[in-house]
Write a protein that binds this ligand. Structure first.
Ligand code: ZN
Length: 156
């Protein structure tokens, strides 16, 4: 299996069987986002503890395989991490998906990075970039506790 096939396999797996789907019981932050260009919707629920660490995270949503896989992978790998670590992960991921060749982040394992690199194929397709980044912008909005729904079309 080459890298491209491996990446597609992981996306299909997460797209078909999203992890952390549903509404986590004791969430204290949430945010919604949508991508009108493709019809993707995501609603993120998270429980931050007193140390600003993610105790639990889940999402509800509907949309294309890329948007669902991205939300699934995202929720999977930030569980247990602290708010400042998450901000760096979001920043590094967004940089990679838009411009950079690679992704480096000290709080991610190699396995986590492989999962994120699966989404790197969207780089050539600006419309698809919106699908892949929807959950990430929505997560930032949840952490900042913004009340308004995110419209990804209006963000870069
Ligand atoms: Zn989409």
């Amino acid at each position: 299996m080459n890298t491209k096939e491996l990446y597609q396999e992981i996306i299909l797996d997460h797209g078909k069987n999203p992890r952390n789907l549903g509404k986590t019981e004791n969430y204290n932050k949430e945010a919604k986002g949508h991508n009108p260009l493709c019809g993707d919707k995501v609603h993120i629920f998270l429980e931050l503890d007193e140390n600003k660490k993610i105790k639990d995270i889940s999402f509800e949503g509907s949309g294309c395989a890329i948007s669902m896989a991205s939300a699934s992978i995202l929720t999977d790998l930030i569980k247990g991490k602290e708010e400042n670590e998450i901000k760096e992960i979001v920043r590094d991921f967004l940089e990679m998906i838009k411009t950079k060749e690679n992704l480096e982040n000290k709080s991610l394992t190699e396995d986590d990075i492989t999962k994120l690199m699966c989404l790197s194929g969207v780089k050539q397709y600006p419309m698809r970039v919106k699908c892949a980044t929807l959950a990430w912008h929505t997560l930032t909005s949840a952490i900042e506790n913004k009340k308004e729904e995110i419209n990804i079309e209006e963000l870069d």
